[in-house]
Design a protein around this ligand. Structure first.
Ligand code: GRF
Length: 207
């Protein structure tokens, strides 16, 4: 009997183009996973519309309805657990998850960032790359830890910076690569080719 597919819980705050790329990969049979639930902190997130179009269950959990970040995160955890989520996928989620959240899904929360970490963590990574003057940037899929964009790196893809790049043009080219990289990471996690035990990849290789 074949293994059941990996149950994903996607957290998104906005546009949701990475979420859409993951859905496309699943629909194309490229990724042995299913999105069990899409959770958003913002009722206006375009990601919610995309989920509805795919008949994927959604939940909006509004930060203003909770006294603090921990209570908020525990509510999100409850939604994810009720949906049987095995892997939490942050896709343009504009909140920093608490240690409480991470403890509920140890080593099972991943994120995509539009730079080659550890360069340019945090907001406006593409703007930071242009301001620094790097000739190559890209995107990174990493395990989420308690820092900002600081967890173990799983996959990266490079993107050349052009002379006349603007933040918009560079962001658009990085996004094209993000849309390949995130489904690729999930595919490899689902196949057991990438292990998520919270240790850096290099430590796994040597140890
Ligand atoms: C992406 O650039 C991602 O790397 C960053 O937030 C953006 C989300 O875009 N974390 P989208 O909502 O997936 O279109």
């Amino acid at each position: 009997m074949s293994e059941p597919s990996l149950r994903l819980g996607v957290l998104a705050s906005g546009r949701g183009s990475n979420f859409a790329a993951i859905l496309d990969a699943i629909d194309a049979g490229d990724c042995d996973a299913e999105v069990a639930i899409l959770v958003s902190d913002r009722p206006t997130a375009q990601a919610l519309v995309r989920a509805a179009a795919h008949a994927i269950p959604t939940a909006v959990v509004r930060p203003a309805d909770y006294p603090d970040r921990v209570q908020y995160d525990l509510q999100v955890v409850e939604r994810l657990r009720a949906a049987g989520v095995q892997l939490v996928v942050l896709a343009g989620y504009m909140r920093i998850v608490t240690p409480t959240f991470l403890a509920c899904f140890p080593g099972r929360v991943i994120n995509i960032h539009p730079a080659l970490l550890p360069a340019f963590p945090g907001l406006h990574a593409q703007r930071q790359a242009l301001a620094y003057g790097v000739k190559v940037t890209g995107c990174t899929v990493h395990v989420v830890d308690e820092g900002v964009d600081s967890g173990p790196i799983l996959l990266q893809r490079a993107v050349a910076v052009e002379e006349d790049d603007t933040e918009e043009s560079l962001s658009a080219r990085i996004l094209v690569e993000e849309h390949k990289l995130y489904p690729e990471a999930i595919r490899r996690i689902a196949r057991g080719e990438i292990l998520l035990d919270g240790r850096p990849r290099r430590a796994q290789e040597v140890g």
